[in-house]
Design a binder for this molecule. Structure first.
Ligand code: MRU
Length: 341
């Protein structure tokens, strides 16, 4: 397996593969402070729910380091401001708020220690989130692989691979695992308009791994499903409500409707950190709307008329009734019977 280091923290710098530039070049974007991390998340240098969470945790590490020179009162005040900024860098993927919440708890628990010692605890927690993500993804991959048969043709949407996590991936991790366990699988990767995570990122990862696949336009998926060319669909998630309703990349809902119409199993692969136990249903999920340029331009070139009005939601919500199962690090669950927190 290719070792893709999406995120790396060394010598007080957070290195992120600049996913805006893939597949043309594989360059690292350097975050020297938490504002750089805020920018990197908002501008999608780093993207994918688990990767955003891990990057934000290191954003807190950078903030704590920066404010060590302050007195205690200012240290906590400025750190709190940084936590808020990072928490709001993108609204939908709950792994971001989950990671910030974990960092906040560590700060609160250790607030009476010397500032240097608090910094060490913060760094330890970010490293733990980082390591846990790799272990979690491996477990998701193993549980998911049990659902895959030799010869299966799997359709996936967006990028849920090593680039969307610390390593290995969630839905794409399951696909990796099936391939490496010797199953003869074939993948259909949706291009994923408008940001083209499928064309730019998933295709890049699948090619590096030598996993047989074809890239398709999002609108080709329904025909493939109707024609019996897809055995199962596996996608990731950005936020799962308590009732199993799942927010994922725009286009996922449409895919789930077609899958249901043609009895094709539709799985979500995600860590339990993507479950938002505080919300009852998908109606409460905030769906990010991104800039109109993502629709009117491709690689900086205008493709739509000047002045056109645009609606550009980055995610949609798939109702739990359309989901066959949720593959997590704790096992596979029916969407309306999620594991307890
Ligand atoms: O806008 P993005 O690229 O951050 O959206 C990513 C997705 O929707 C992924 O499918 C999801 O985060 C799961 S990643 C393991």
């Amino acid at each position: 397996m290719k070792d893709i280091k999406t995120i790396e923290f060394k010598e007080d710098t957070l290195y992120l593969i600049d996913q805006r530039k893939l597949p043309a070049t594989c360059e690292y974007f350097q975050c020297k402070n938490y504002r750089d991390v805020d920018f990197a998340i908002a501008d999608m240098v780093v993207r994918g729910a688990p990767a955003i969470g891990a990057a934000a945790a290191y954003g807190v590490v950078l903030a704590a380091k920066e404010f060590l020179k302050e007195d205690r009162e200012q240290f906590f005040k400025k750190l709190d401001e940084a936590l808020q900024v990072l928490n709001e860098s993108r609204p939908t993927a709950v792994n971001l708020m989950w990671a910030i919440n974990r960092m906040r708890k560590v700060i609160d628990k250790n607030k009476d220690l010397p500032l240097e010692a608090i910094y060490e605890k913060i760094k330890e927690e970010a490293d733990t989130i980082y390591k846990e993500d790799v272990e979690t993804n491996k477990r998701i991959a193993q549980y998911g692989n049990e659902l895959i048969k030799d010869g299966d043709r799997i359709l996936t949407h967006c990028n849920t691979g090593a680039l969307a996590t610390v390593q290995y991936g969630t839905a794409l991790g399951v696909i990796r695992e099936a391939h490496y366990s010797g199953k003869n699988i074939f993948v259909y990767a949706d291009e994923t308009r408008p940001r083209l995570q499928g064309a730019k990122l998933t295709a890049w990862e699948l090619m590096q791994e030598g996993i047989p696949f074809k890239l398709i336009s999002d609108s080709a998926a329904a025909t493939l499903i109707r024609d019996g060319k897809v055995d199962l669909i596996i996608v990731g998630a950005d936020r799962i409500a308590s009732n199993g309703d799942t927010a994922n990349k725009i286009g996922t809902f449409m895919l789930s409707v077609v899958a249901k119409a043609y009895n094709v199993p539709f799985y979500i692969a995600a860590p339990t950190s993507t479950i938002d136990y505080d919300i009852k249903s998908g109606e409460e999920i905030v769906i990010e709307e991104r800039s109109s340029e993502e629709i009117t331009h491709i690689n900086g070139i205008r493709i739509a008329p000047e002045g056109v009005e645009v609606y550009n939601p980055a995610f949609d919500v798939t109702p739990y009734e359309n989901i066959t199962g949720l593959i997590t690090e704790k096992g596979v669950f029916p969407p309306n019977k999620l594991p307890l927190p």
